[in-house]
Design a protein around this ligand. Structure first.
Ligand code: GLN
Length: 457
């Protein structure tokens, strides 16, 4: 009740949520009480959480931020959601997002913008902006987001919270409304590394309902974190990290660069060796990402034809029903992406775009894995700038896409990363905006990565 009151008291200012179901949340909490009374051990008993609205929740509306799915109520829970419920978490609501995950500012939501709790004239980032703002404003203790090309890490950075993008396949995608299936990952957003680790422990692990989910058994990431008193004054002695050279220089905000420098100094102070590594193909990740993600999206989104899910327009005959439904239900950015993806996959263009992008993806994978065979983790900002003003980039899709430069490569490579608040960038007028740093680890190296992030906290 206390969290619901707090959530509602700032919701008018932030608009983090697409739906809140207070009655259902209280019923869930009572059910948790009964389970505890029966002696069940629940690792997340009563923890108030939020779920990004592209994760299916049984009996609760799920829109993926799209008018196309307005009124759609899934008959089942996504695996990650079901696991959180089983662990005793209480779901307070579904958070706002860019439509189908397509965007970096939450301005592409079919319903409403979300505002950054640090400065409500600014965006919370995206696409998991609703989850980030809800966690930053303590509307909930933690939330789930999804990350196809940065959608957990960039909003975490803009809102000053912790975001974890797990290794591809670490968390089942069953029940996640698909954007780009070879890139989509579900992960936690939280107020501390320990909280994020607690959520990840619950949602990770094999799932028969997703054939791309890894067979690796789940781990207790939270129990693995060393408490502060167990650490020496140089707990990172012998650890080697490297800053990705291609993420510095032109286009990087001075406040972001300064926050990264102070993180490097902090790491060195804790005994780590920090070098620089060059990933020559890094800059090609952005165009490769947008070709691959949009190609997959054009295929995934063909299911919204008015026949099977959500909205159906009234029309005289079938083809105009398809057209009218999509015209009414899908926003202009989604339409743009379906068109670009369809184009890239068309006969005659396939080799020039899609195949080329897959070759770049392989190069990036090789370069990143080679670097990670030498270093324990790679380091870079989560975004080139802190949170920008609403409307600043919404008229220029390319400017918006360019903001994803720092995040998309590791989705192409399938690698895990933790985004951690690392300082503030001063703004003209005296405002301070949070900046996040990404620690990028080896595939399935989440335990080590979380310990590293926890040491820095
Ligand atoms: N901003 C990127 C895009 O628009 C990433 C989004 C995401 O990770 N869902 O595609």
């Amino acid at each position: 009740q206390s969290y619901l009151r707090g959530l509602q008291s700032v919701e008018g200012k932030l608009q983090s949520f697409i739906s809140v179901n207070a009655e259902d949340a209280l019923a869930q909490a009572e059910a948790v009480d009964r389970r505890l009374a029966q002696g069940e051990v629940l690792p997340l008993a009563g923890v108030p959480i939020a779920i990004k609205d592209n994760l299916c929740t049984q009996g609760q509306p799920t829109t993926a931020g799209s008018r196309q799915l307005e009124g759609y109520t899934p008959p089942y829970d996504a695996t990650a959601v079901a696991r959180l419920r089983a662990a005793g978490a209480v779901l307070l609501g579904k958070t706002n997002m860019d439509e189908f995950g397509m965007g970096s500012s939450c301005e592409n939501s079919g319903f409403q913008p979300t505002f950054n709790p640090w400065d409500t004239e600014r965006v919370p980032g995206g696409s998991s902006g609703g989850s980030a703002s809800a966690v930053a404003a303590n509307q909930v203790v933690a939330a789930l987001g999804s990350d196809t090309g940065g959608s957990i890490r960039q909003p975490a950075s803009f809102c000053g919270v912790v975001g974890v993008k797990p290794t591809y396949g670490r968390v089942s995608r069953n029940g996640l409304i698909a954007y780009a299936s070879s890139l989509d990952c579900i992960g936690p957003m939280a107020q501390s590394v320990a909280d994020a680790a607690a959520l990840l422990s619950v949602i990770a692990g094999p799932d028969g309902a997703d054939s791309t989910c890894s067979q690796r058994p789940g781990e207790d990431f939270a129990a693995g974190l060393l408490p502060a008193e167990a650490l020496t004054s140089t707990p990172l002695a012998g650890r080697r990290l490297a800053v990705i050279r291609e993420t510095s220089g032109e286009g990087v905000d001075a406040g972001v660069a300064a926050a990264l420098d102070s993180t490097i100094a902090h790491l060195q102070g804790l005994g780590a060796e920090v070098e620089e590594v060059s990933l020559p193909s890094f800059a090609f990740g952005l165009p490769a990402y947008y070709v691959i993600a949009l190609s997959e999206a054009s295929s995934n989104l063909s299911r919204y034809d008015g026949v099977r899910y959500g909205r159906r327009a009234q029309a005289e005959e079938l083809r105009s029903m398809y057209g009218q439904t999509r015209h009414e239900g899908l926003g202009s950015e989604v339409a743009r992406r379906i068109l670009m993806g369809t184009y890239a996959l068309s006969a005659g263009y396939y080799d020039a775009y899609y195949k080329r992008a897959q070759q770049v993806r392989t190069l990036i994978q090789r370069e990143m894995n080679a670097a990670l065979s030498k270093y324990d983790a790679l380091l870079c900002p989560a975004a080139p700038t802190p949170a920008y003003r609403l409307g600043e980039k919404s008229a220029d899709p390319l400017a918006m896409y360019k903001g994803d430069l720092m995040t998309v490569n590791l989705n192409l490579a399938g690698l895990p990363a933790v985004c951690l608040p690392c300082g503030f960038a001063d703004q003209a007028g005296g405002a301070k905006l949070p900046v996040g740093v990404q620690l990028i680890g080896r595939a399935f190296g989440e335990a080590d990565l979380l310990q590293l992030a926890h040491t820095l906290e």
